[in-house]
Design a protein around this ligand. Sequence first.
Ligand code: AMP
Ligand code: MG
Length: 404
Amino acid sequence: MVSFEEARSIILNSVQLVGTERIHLLEATGRVLAEDVTAPWDLPLWDNSAMDGYAVRAGDCRTIPCKLRVTGFLPAGARADGVTVEPGCAVRIMTGAPVPAGCDAVVPVEETDDGQQEVSLLEPVKKGQHFRFRGEDVAAGVTFARAGTIIRPPEINMLAGFGLALVPIYRRPIVAILSTGDELVELGRTPGPGEIINSNTLSLAAAVTECGAIPRIIGIASDNRASHLEKLGEGLKADVLITSAGVSAGDCDLVRDILEELGAKQVFWKIGIKPGGPTAFALHGSTPVFSLPGNPVSTMITFEEFVRPALLRMQGQQQVVRPLFKAVLRDALKKKSGKVQIVRLLLEKEDGRWYATSAGNQQTAILKTMVDARAIAVLPANSTDFAAGDEVDVHFYGNHIELE
Ligand code: AMP
Ligand code: MG
């Protein structure tokens, strides 16, 4: 058995980055940048006006009000070559237009009488005011986004601003999902006596998609050698294989043996965690294989704590585990020393502090508690009972903006 922390670090050290590809910016949101990107030119590319107003010489405007002759007009999109602000003159200019030669300040229209032939300036003028200088945003050659960055609208805006339509990103790993067990029937069929619907496949596919990876559904392996050989073999063609069930110590638990027969090397079996203890991790060449317990709650918790970080790391992300923060327990929690215990929680914020209440019956077989939970407490292996008022480390489970 490995500890929770060992399992995580073994997994994160075993997985490798998937390859990279170039995709169009329109598809790039949420993807991870695979290379540093540097500015190919100065941004902005020329000095330009930050306001609608008048380009002037600050030296002409020492006494206020001051009158200047308007000698030209520069709307956004106009070219400033050949335009000069002569002494005693002003050029009417719009936001974003290149500033003409001769001027060293822009006076917003609100600080003038808005004159057309002649303009009166009503406020003192400072040299350089309302100028956007060439390169002041990003100078040519500056790295403005680093490999590992998750691409968001601001990155897209800047990449697009530099004309970079294709962006280098890590491709999405293809993740095979295989459920095992003779009791399973696929969604769409009515379960007969002793049968249950294979819900784990759907849930795992959703979780894989949430991580930015691509689920490939392999289906169900029956509890016999031939079926396991066929389905596991198919699953091993993907970048990652996740199996559910058949990994405990039951009579029909074939997954680990057949994986080994197919050439996978078991890295560990059993983690000191509850629920989710029987989890196994193997490598087939460089393909990670996660064999998760079949109980839906265990499947989801082990995915969350061990598979999700791996999938994010394979796509180049740096922050792969959800940040832990402190929450005060509203109720006492029973715990035995020896294993990390995962507790499904409700969270509330009061006077700037987080308070946690149990989301319900914590038995592994109770799925409803998982549905209700918004956060997870990770109680350290060596800890014992917690009293109401104790602080515990928690992390969000899923995206819960409504809690923030
Ligand atoms: P096992 O890990 O095979 O001992 O399964 C543990 C429990 O999870 C049993 O009650 C199974 O019926 C249930 N289970 C296994 N696989 C699935 C699945 N794909 N979807 C939903 N429940 C499952
Ligand atoms: Mg089973």
